[in-house]
Ligand binder design. Structure first.
Ligand SMILES: Cc1ncc(COP(=O)(O)O)c(C=O)c1O
Length: 496
C-alpha cells in the first residue's frame, strides 16, 4: 500500500480533538511584569474605569475589544511598505476597489468613474454612521431605525440625529432553553408589526452581523433574506452593519445546511446580495487596526429613494475626513486593508478563530461560569445576573463593574462591562435608573493575538472570583452616572 492510500484510509484517525493553528507567530512582544497591588493602585487612580487603565500594565489578556486589536499578517506588514501616500488616487485605492467588489459585490463601489460616488472611506465605523444618519436625520424628526441589535455607537449616532433606534432582538436570545445557532436574528414578527404601523417613519432597516449587542450571536441567511424581503416589500432600503461579516458567514456555512458546500466568499456575496447598503468598521473583519467604509448599492432601494443623499455624504466626507480616494485612511492602511480582506474569508482562519472563541467559552461553561450559549464569533459574554445569583448584589450595585475591576487588578485580565451600567441610563431629576434587557461582561478576543493558554488563564481567574462572589463589593458611581455613553467616561469606587 502506498502512503497516500494509507493516509486516505485513516480518515477517522485524522480527526483529533485539537488541531494546530493555521499560522505561526511572526513577531512577538514581551509583557512587562506588575504586581496586583501595583495594578490596583493604578486602577484606583483612574476611578476603576478599565478604559483608562494603561494597556502596558496588562499582564494577562486584554479583552476590552476585538476592534482594531488584531495582529496583522506578514503579508499585511509587507503591504504597508507598498503604501502610497499620494493625496489623490493612491495605489491602494484601486486595490481596495477591486477587493471590495470581489468581497461584497460589484454594485458597491462602481460609480467613482462616473463622478457619482457610492463608496465612502472613513477612518473607522462610527464616522460612517455619523455621515449616514446625519443625512437621514435631515429628512425630518420622528423617524425610527429598527435593527436586530444596534451597536452602542450606532444607536448613539442615530439618536444624536433625533431618530429613534429600536432593537428587535430575536426571542431566542433571551430564551435559555433555545439551542438556536442564530440567536442574533431579527424578530421578523416585530418588524412586520412596526412596518405596518410606522412605515412612513422608517428611512432604513438595519441588521448587525454578527449581533454584537445581542451576545455576539450570528444571524442566519434565512433571516437576512426574510428581513430583506419584508423591507423591500415596502420599497424601503435594507442596510447591514457588516463589522463581523466573515465570522457570520462561517456560522452560516457551519449551521445552515443549504450553505454547507459553499465557500465563505460565496456566502458573503449571497448575504450582501440582499442589502442596499453597508456600514463597516474594518477594525474587525477587515483585519486592520484602523479603517471604515460606507458602501451603497448602485440602483438599490436607498439610491432610488434618496438620490440626492450620496452627494451630501460626499461633501461631508471631503469636509470631515479627506478626499474620496483615501477618506480618513492613510495610503499604507488602505494597502493593509486590501490584504486583510483577502485573508479574512479564508476558511481555515475562520475555523480556528471561532473554534478558539468557542473553546474559551466552553471552558467557562465547564467551570460552571454562566455565559451566553452557544458562544458567538468574537467574544464570550458573561451573564452577570446569573453570576451573582443568590448574593446581595442588586442591579443598581453594578456588579459587572466590580467584577472587571477585581479581574484586572488581581489577575491582570481586562474585560468590559456591557450591561446595566454601559447600556442603562440615569435621570437626575427623577433619580430613576433604567436598566437595559441585557447585563453582560464581555470578553472580546482580539484576532490572531492570543494562544489558548492565555484564554484558559482568564477562565481560571473568573472561576476564582465566581467562587468568592459573595465577597465582591458593590459599586458606587463617583462621576458620570447621568452622562450619555457613560461607561466610557464614568468613575467608580467600591462601596464600604
Ligand atoms: C457592530 C459594530 N458596529 C459599529 C462599530 C463601530 O466601529 P468603530 O469602533 O470602528 O467606530 C462597532 C465597534 O465595535 C461594532 O462592533
Amino acid at each position: 500500500m502506498n502512503l497516500s492510500s494509507l493516509v486516505k484510509s485513516f480518515k477517522e484517525e485524522r480527526q483529533l480533538p485539537i488541531s494546530p493553528r493555521p499560522y505561526i507567530n511572526h513577531s512577538v512582544e514581551f509583557k512587562k511584569s506588575y504586581t496586583p497591588v501595583e495594578r490596583a493602585k493604578m486602577l484606583e487612580k483612574v476611578g476603576l474605569n478599565v478604559f483608562f487603565f494603561p494597556a502596558e500594565m496588562i499582564t494577562g489578556c486584554d479583552f476590552l475589544s476585538d476592534s482594531g486589536t488584531t495582529t496583522m499578517t506578514n503579508k499585511q506588514w509587507a503591504a504597508l511598505h507598498l503604501g502610497d501616500e499620494s493625496y489623490g488616487s493612491n495605489r491602494g485605492y484601486f486595490e481596495l476597489i477591486k477587493v471590495i467588489r470581489e468581497t461584497f459585490g460589484e454594485e458597491f463601489f462602481n460609480n467613482p468613474e462616473k463622478g457619482k460616488s457610492n463608496a465612502f472611506l472613513f477612518h473607522q465605523g462610527r464616522p460612517c454612521e455619523d455621515a449616514l444618519f446625519t443625512a437621514l436625520g435631515r429628512l425630518g424628526e420622528g423617524q425610527i431605525i429598527p435593527s436586530n441589535g444596534h451597536f452602542d455607537t450606532t444607536a448613539a449616532n442615530i439618536e444624536i440625529n433625533k431618530i429613534k433606534a429600536v432593537n428587535l432582538f430575536s426571542k431566542e436570545l433571551t430564551d435559555e432553553k433555545s439551542t438556536s445557532h442564530f440567536k442574533g436574528n431579527m424578530d421578523t414578527e416585530k418588524l412586520k408589526k412596526l412596518l405596518k404601523t410606522d412605515q412612513k417613519k422608517i428611512p432604513v432597516v438595519y441588521m448587525t452581523l454578527t449581533n454584537n449587542t445581542g451576545g455576539g450571536q450570528p444571524a442566519s441567511l434565512a433571516n437576512i433574506r426574510e428581513v430583506a424581503e419584508i423591507v423591500h416589500s415596502y420599497k424601503l432600503p435594507f442596510f447591514i452593519d457588516a463589522c463581523r461579516f466573515a465570522e457570520n458567514a462561517w456560522f452560516i456555512k457551519t449551521y445552515e445546511k443549504e450553505y454547507k458546500n459553499k465557500s465563505i466568499l460565496q456566502i458573503v456575496r449571497k448575504i450582501f446580495s440582499y442589502c442596499d447598503g453597508i456600514t463597516i468598521s474594518f477594525k474587525k473583519d477587515g483585519l486592520v487596526n484602523m479603517g471604515g467604509g460606507l458602501f451603497i448599492r448602485n440602483d438599490g432601494y436607498f439610491m432610488k429613494k434618496y438620490p440626492s443623499l450620496p452627494g451630501g455624504i460626499l461633501d461631508y466626507q471631503i469636509v470631515k475626513e479627506g478626499h474620496p480616494t483615501y477618506g480618513g485612511m492613510s495610503g499604507r492602511d488602505i494597502m493593509a486593508l486590501a490584504e486583510g480582506l483577502k485573508t479574512i474569508v479564508n476558511e481555515d482562519y475562520l475555523t480556528y478563530r471561532i473554534g478558539q472563541v468557542t473553546r474559551f467559552g466552553q471552558a467557562m461553561i465547564d467551570n460552571k461560569i454562566p455565559v451566553i450559549s452557544p458562544i458567538g464569533g468574537h467574544a464570550v459574554y458573561l451573564d452577570i445576573n446569573k453570576f451573582y445569583k443568590g448574593t446581595k448584589m442588586k442591579p443598581e450595585d453594578f456588579g459587572g463593574i466590580s467584577l472587571t475591576a477585581l479581574l484586572l487588578s488581581l489577575y491582570g485580565h481586562r474585560a468590559c462591562e456591557l450591561g446595566y451600567f454601559a447600556f442603562g441610563s440615569y435621570d437626575q431629576k427623577t433619580k430613576i435608573e433604567t436598566h437595559p434587557d441585557v447585563n453582560f461582561v464581555r470578553f472580546a478576543v482580539p484576532r490572531l493575538r492570543y494562544e489558548d493558554q492565555d484564554l484558559l488563564s482568564a477562565v481560571a481567574a473568573v472561576k476564582a472570583l465566581h467562587e468568592k462572589r459573595d465577597l465582591i463589593p458593590k459599586i458606587e458611581v463617583a462621576y458620570g452616572r447621568e452622562l450619555t455613553l457613560r461607561h466610557f467616561k464614568a468613575r467608580f469606587a467600591f462601596k464600604a
